[in-house]
Design a protein around this ligand. Structure first.
Ligand code: IMP
Length: 367
């Protein structure tokens, strides 16, 4: 009944978050304050909360990136603006730091860039202006298992000539992970088609459940015997703390998320009122709305692979991080885990039937 990650992946179809549960085990971890949720991202970025806010224009600007940093996570500054404007976002983060009372080491600055010559220029500009204060750079494209991504990773690695951590993605398979790791990526975003605002699977038929992709990449990394320091970041479809826990148990070193942070006070965008409710816009970066706003419309022969929606106003990002880490700490006490390595080693998975899933939600609230 209970399966190791390898057995889980070898049995049945590739699992989604709702297909599995983790069995509790005998535990000597007595209190939720005991487990250490810390994770080292990309070899050198220390996170006490292994959570990243996604580089999307309705999720991570400087205010969100700063809030994520001081709460133990990190936010990746989105790239859907000019290099000068992106540089201003970095200045804005440093201004917030100057006005606050946090250590310089708490403030993690990671801008996103794309691929191609214009994006090389963006990177060169940002690196020349801010190279000494960057914690890393994220090369952010929809299909990370591609020639143009591999070229860009190699260019940044050689162009920079120092060990600035590179986060690259997205990929959905172990092979894709190994290719990026070999090219020089220090962390890989894993997940294609699983985002809450994503239409990729509907428009193209392409995708793999995020949880299965993460497990595939983790097992590929283990089998390769190399790239132990190359982090796996689960990306797309994280809804509850349970999805966060399952991602880490299946081999992720951190998660990245959009929806859970959209609608917080720190996410970019105005608060609007619809039917008497306060909301903020949350939109996929491949949505028609983004292409119209930022690229002068859809290019002929293409289709939107994202949607735009509204998310009720939620309060501060801090509460989200703290709720997710609370769930994680509790899960760790159930599986006798003092750190994330223990969580991975001690997790045994169970496949769920639809009725088991139905029972798993707080069904006492159903009318
Ligand atoms: P969420 O946390 O489930 O909302 O998913 C966020 C993730 O969706 C991001 O981190 C990206 O990997 C992905 N994403 C962002 N915009 C789009 C889009 O327009 N189409 C498909 N995927 C997207």
């Amino acid at each position: 009944m209970q399966k190791t990650l390898e057995e889980l992946m070898e049995s049945g179809d590739p699992p989604s978050f709702d297909d599995i549960m983790i069995a509790p085990t005998h535990s000597t971890v007595h209190s939720r304050s005991e487990p250490d949720t810390g994770s080292v991202l990309a070899g050198s970025i220390n996170l006490s909360a292994p959570i990243i806010s996604s580089p999307m224009d309705t999720v991570t600007g400087p205010k969100m990136a700063y809030a994520m940093s001081i709460n133990g996570g990190v936010g990746i500054l989105h790239r859907f603006l000019s290099k000068e404007e992106q540089s201003h976002m970095i200045d804005d983060m440093m201004d917030r730091y100057a006005e606050g009372n946090h250590s310089r080491y708490d403030i993690k600055i990671i801008p996103a860039i794309g691929v191609g010559s214009k994006e090389r220029d963006r990177f060169a500009y940002l690196y020349q202006k801010h190279g000494d204060i960057l914690s890393g750079v994220a090369i952010d494209v929809a299909n990370g298992d591609s020639d143009y991504m591999l070229d860009m990773v190699r260019w940044v690695r050689e162009g920079v000539g120092v060990s600035l951590p590179i986060i690259a993605g997205n990929v959905a398979t172990g092979e894709g992970f190994l290719r990026l790791a070999e090219a020089g990526a220090n962390a890989v975003r894993v997940g294609i088609g699983g985002g809450s605002i994503c239409k990729t699977r509907i428009m193209t038929g392409i995708g793999v459940p995020t949880l299965a992709s993460v497990a595939d990449c983790y097992l590929a990394r283990e089998r390769s015997g190399a790239f132990k320091e190359v982090s796996i970041i689960a990306d797309g479809g994280i809804r509850y703390p349970a999805d966060f826990v399952k991602s880490l148990a299946a081999g992720a070193d951190a998660i990245i998320a959009g929806r859970i942070f959209a609608g917080t006070l720190e996410s970019p965008g105005e608060i609007i009122t619809i039917n008497g409710k306060k909301v903020k816009t949350y939109r996929g970066m491949a949505s028609k709305e983004v292409q119209e706003d930022r690229r002068g419309g859809m290019r002929p022969g293409t289709c939107a692979e994202g949607v735009s929606t509204h998310i009720p106003l939620k309060g501060k990002a801090h509460y989200i991080v703290s709720e997710f880490c609370g769930g994680l700490r509790s899960a760790m006490t159930y599986v006798n885990a003092r750190n994330l390595n223990d969580l991975r080693a001690n997790s045994r998975f169970i496949r769920l039937t639809p009725s088991a899933l139905d029972e798993s939600h707080a069904f006492g609230t159903k009318q």
